[in-house]
Design a protein around this ligand. Structure first.
Ligand code: PLP
Length: 418
């Protein structure tokens, strides 16, 4: 039998760190990552035949659950007609219409192949459209790995960003200002755009403070800067219309990814027609992609969006609420300080007494305790994302039975680490 260890050794020989995305190496929690053999619904199996109840769900990309029959059928059908053409398809038109129908601030949308591409392109568009250079982002918000966005702030004051990665030059991030989440910065007329996760979901789960999104909207309007909501996680997950619908604040540009691909490679950015028409070939801002609007990805994404009616969001919200309750009870029962947060369908664990509001707060989580909790859960058949700052993703496959089993595992796991 192939083992996880054996594959891990082969992987590290030929792939840097053995992974194609760093978090998958389990650096934050230790141990040898499992290699997935297959997955169905809320369950996945590794190459050794171990079964896990999965709360990773491809970091939110498979909201319908793994290998959902409607999505599998859509991909199979699309594949028989060819996998990429370099010409436009009806599928692209249909998913663009589906996105615009569901998100009221989006009149036009451009499809790309990942969330990273969506945010990079949205920023180029914002700069090109406004003719301004500065970009404001919030500490602890993740927008993919585009150079200009790989900057954060360790300080509570607005500062010019320092690169997060070797290879990103100071000059590249010199026009990126990083400010604390949940505080409205004072902008000036050099600012092309402010980008944020309207619900921060890459520093654990940090909801926007009351009035924060509206005040930010007002400040952007005051100086004529564009407000970009990065809804790569929250789009089509918190609600059909994303965070904008939940909080009643509209963005000028919105980026999407994850859910809209049904588990295939897709991203998108969209907004008002007048802004989007600055994109080539309608306008002067260049952006392109050989595989953009890929027919398999649009088929999978459309199938996913079609499954997401009001009843589907009710079901996922119910699962998330139940999971939140189980986890909160598990930690308190074991005498562990924890705040289990929830925003609609998203759940996050903060291993500390108080709910975090900023990145600095979020970083007070007990990372070592999370690592122990991760492994105690894994040994009880529950797969969490291998990092203290990742959220927990429920989907259509997380029935009461599944969530209750996760809850039972969590009670024992919390006692084990407590
Ligand atoms: C995942 C994520 C991205 C990047 O998307 P990729 O498809 O991984 O490139 C961007 N923004 C947010 C908020 C994300 O969670």
């Amino acid at each position: 039998m192939t083992t996880n260890d054996e594959l891990h050794q082969r992987a590290t020989a030929r792939i840097p760190g053995g992974v194609n995305s760093p978090i998958r190496a389990w650096g934050a929690v230790g141990g040898t990552p499992y290699f997935v053999e297959r997955a169905e619904g809320a369950r996945l199996w590794d190459v050794e035949g171990n079964e896990y109840l999965d709360l990773v769900q491809s970091y939110g990309a498979v909201i319908a659950g793994h290998a959902h029959p409607a999505i599998v059928a859509a991909v199979q059908e699309a594949a028989t007609r060819g996998t990429s053409y370099g010409a436009t398809t009806e599928g692209e038109v249909r998913i663009a219409e589906a996105i615009c129908d569901r998100v009221s601030s989006v009149d036009k949308v451009r499809l790309v192949s990942s969330g990273t591409e969506a945010t990079m392109s949205a920023i180029r568009l914002a700069r090109g459209h406004t003719g301004r250079t500065k970009l404001v982002k919030f500490a602890g918000n993740y927008h993919g790995h585009g150079d200009a966005l790989l900057a954060q702030s360790g300080s509570a004051l607005a500062v010019f960003g320092l690169p997060d990665s070797v290879g990103v030059t100071p000059a590249t991030v010199a026009d990126t200002l990083v400010v604390p989440f949940n505080e409205v910065p004072t902008l000036d007329e050099d600012v092309a755009a402010v980008i944020l996760e309207p619900v921060a979901a890459n520093m654990g789960l940090v909801p926007p403070a009351d009035g924060f999104l509206q005040a930010l909207r007002d400040e952007c309007d005051r100086v004529g800067a564009l407000l970009i909501f990065d809804e790569v996680i929250t789009g089509f997950r918190l609600a059909c219309g994303g965070a904008q619908e939940v909080f009643g604040v509209e963005a000028d540009l919105t980026t999407f990814g994850k859910v809209i691909g049904g588990g295939l490679n897709i991203g998108a950015f969209g907004g008002r027609g007048e802004v989007m028409d600055s994109m080539a070939p309608a306008g002067p801002v260049f952006q392109a992609g050989t595989l953009s609007g890929n027919p398999l990805a649009t088929a999978a994404g459309l199938a996913a969006l079609e499954l997401l009616d009001d009843a589907a969001y009710d079901a996922i919200r119910h699962a998330a609420t139940r999971l939140q309750g189980h986890l909160a009870q598990a930690f308190s029962g074991a005498g562990i300080d924890a705040h289990v947060g929830r925003v609609e369908t998203l759940v996050g664990i903060h291993l500390g007494a108080d709910a975090p509001a900023t990145y600095d707060d979020a970083k007070t989580t007990d990372e070592a305790a999370f690592g122990r909790f991760f492994h105690e859960m894994l040994s009880r058949g529950v797969a969490l994302a291998p990092g203290a700052y990742e959220v927990l993703f429920c989907g259509l496959a997380h029935t009461d039975d599944v969530v209750d089993s996760i809850g039972a595992a969590a009670r024992d796991a919390a006692v084990a680490i407590g």
